[in-house]
Design a protein around this ligand. Structure first.
Ligand code: SF4
Length: 479
């Protein structure tokens, strides 16, 4: 074990202690039997919920069909925007009424919101019906925390001051047998001025490549078709490990296992290297999708956001990827109405979105987060103006998406079939390598397979297609 391991890795002794709490929990009289997890926010949180579910099942609990029926309801929260936080707290409060009818119900809150400065105190003071609260750094302690809450019927709160750990080997209850998340790093060092993530998820910590590979090899043997590698900034993977592998080299190793499709999320533009562009161009198992959050098209605003690139350097990187791998679809995140954003700044963003012509964009009105630098900045934008701007941006993006999707009609796409469409009994749905949804007539046997689908039409958000019967449905490249 090297020095970095000693500092960061949760020890086997601690994990064994947690397993012991799981066993003791099972022996508790009148313990909760069922659980329900409500997940808010990003893929990192969705994957954390899979670990929480794995631990709860290791404690002998089983999933409840609805939160109204569960003995333990856990809210895995997000704090990236004010409305995500308000929604989570609203839903937690709603459970108060259920608890009046069923006093045995245990209510838990965890995740990024709990890690915010002052939030644990607020939960203690204003939400007395919450039984267990813990931050993102305490996930591995769930067996102990829930055991204590169930045994003593007292409230248990645990939030670490500093986030500097990695817990390996936690049980995971994966949502899908053919798609899997694999976290490759935790935290972020970038301190974009609007973002709370570095404060609630701590500094960058890369997992050891060998630990990642063991997880990926297991998934490959289990028949998983698509893996998404997760991190707040995957492009800087390995930079905290002396002599560690770079992200493109990790991608190469992951795809060498034979996993048909590999995706990753999210890439900071400043760290998008030529090596990564070359890997995307030459490695057929890497999905043809790159999410490259631009946030603004104005240099003045990018500087105020502390993004550490300019619109020119961003566009150069877009150009590089388009030249090397023209079949890669780009998506982005854009914040509208950042403090001090002028009409001119906003027009720069519109212009950049037009130039890049993204497949799709997540667009948000700026939401101040207490404790971040931007929250103290002057020049708040009038809400009506912010709404007007985002409306114009969404309309532009719909036009661009329509253009991108129209280019795909008449082509055949390899589609990973994910399930039935919600719209019709006979319709099935799946994702192209570019991460675009396709609906088509299919059957149950197709679920979990990568099949060729001829694209026949495009709507604002999805493609429509026809399965190409009789063709090899697991081709060797660019799945
Ligand atoms: S790169 Fe910026 S926006 Fe992304 S998580 Fe880090 S601080 Fe937040």
């Amino acid at each position: 074990m090297n020095k970095r391991d000693e500092i960061m890795r949760i020890s086997e002794t601690e994990l064994a202690a947690q397993r012991q709490f799981s066993e003791e929990f099972k022996a508790l009289p009148h313990r909760p039997q069922t659980y329900y997890i409500v997940t808010y926010g990003c893929q990192m949180n969705a994957h954390d919920s899979e670990k929480l579910a794995g631990m709860l099942e290791g404690m002998g609990m089983r999933p409840a069909p609805a939160k109204e029926e569960a003995d333990f309801v856990l809210h895995n929260t997000c704090c990236i925007r004010d409305n995500a936080e308000r929604k989570a707290l609203g839903n937690v409060t709603w459970l108060k009424e259920i608890k009046k009818e069923r006093p045995g119900l245990l209510i838990g809150v965890c995740g990024c919101m709990v890690q915010e400065p002052g939030m644990a105190d607020k939960l203690l003071r204003q939400y007395p019906f919450v039984d267990v609260a813990f931050g993102t750094g305490n996930i591995h302690q769930l067996p102990e925390l829930l055991y204590r809450a169930a045994e003593t019927r007292r409230r248990v709160v645990a939030v670490p001051d500093e986030q500097s750990t990695i817990a390996e080997g936690l049980p995971i209850r994966r949502e899908s047998p053919f798609q899997a998340y694999v976290t490759i790093m935790y935290g972020c060092n970038n301190f974009c001025s609007y973002c709370i993530v570095p404060y609630v998820r701590g500094r960058e910590r890369s997992r050891e490549a060998d630990d990642i590979m063991r997880e990926v090899e297991t998934l490959q043997k289990q028949g998983v078709k698509e893996i998404m590698l997760l991190g707040q900034n995957v492009n800087s993977y390995g930079s905290d490990v002396p002599g560690g592998v770079t992200f493109p080299r990790l991608l190469r190793r992951v795809t060498e296992t034979g996993i048909p499709r590999v995706r990753f999320m999210t890439s900071h533009p400043k760290d998008l290297s030529d090596e990564l562009v070359e890997e995307m161009a030459s490695n057929p198992a890497l999905c043809r999708h790159l999410h490259l959050p631009v946030q603004s098209g104005s240099n003045r605003i990018l500087q105020a956001m502390n993004r550490k690139y300019t619109r020119e350097t961003y566009l150069e990187k877009v150009e590089k990827i388009r030249r090397a791998a023209p079949d890669v679809g780009l998506t982005t995140d854009i914040i509208v109405a950042f403090p001090g954003e002028t009409d001119r700044d906003f027009e720069d963003t519109m212009d950049l979105a037009r130039q890049v012509c993204y497949d799709s964009a997540f667009t948000f009105i700026y939401s101040p987060r207490v404790g971040t630098r931007a929250a103290e900045m002057p020049g708040r934008i009038d809400p009506a103006l912010a709404t007007e701007r985002i409306g114009r941006l969404i309309a532009l993006q719909e036009e661009m998406t329509g253009r991108r999707f129209a280019e795909m009609t008449g082509k055949t796409e390899q589609v990973l079939v994910t399930g039935r469409s919600k719209r019709s009994e006979t319709q099935f749905t799946g994702k192209t390598s570019r991460n675009i949804s396709v609906n088509f007539e299919g059957n149950e046997r197709m679920i979990g397979q990568i099949i060729p689908v001829a694209i026949t039409a495009a709507s604002k958000t999805t493609l429509k297609g026809t399965v190409r019967e009789g063709e090899n449905n697991e081709p060797a490249s660019h799945r």
